[in-house]
Design a protein around this ligand. Sequence first.
Ligand code: ZN
Length: 131
Amino acid sequence: MDDFYREYILEHYKYPRNRGTLEHPTISHEETNFLCGDTVRLDILVENEVIQDIRFSGQGCAISMASASMLTEEIKGRSVEEAKAFSKEELLDLIGIPLDKNPMRLKCALLSLKTLKAGLYGVGAMQDEEL
Ligand code: ZN
């Protein structure tokens, strides 16, 4: 992995944005990536169809946690429709590493997006292919 990107991921891992929980979330959803043992929970506050606040909690590898940090930072303040349309390609661009050659890492990276979309759509679970 390129050093620059590794630093960027570790920086988000060490100093995560929006880490924590919300007292009265509109939506709260948790997903686990059993391949790696990552768990991400998102608390989302929706007002007027806009994501006013979002926090993540859980634990896992650096990529899963950095991904959750980056995603919450990106999605906060967007409309629910925009968030639903946020693609896995956009998320992978944010994280900045080519994950297409490593399916294990891809699952780690996409866990936060999977949690977000399953929460917003109100469904129990989502497959990677549906993201
Ligand atoms: Zn992982």
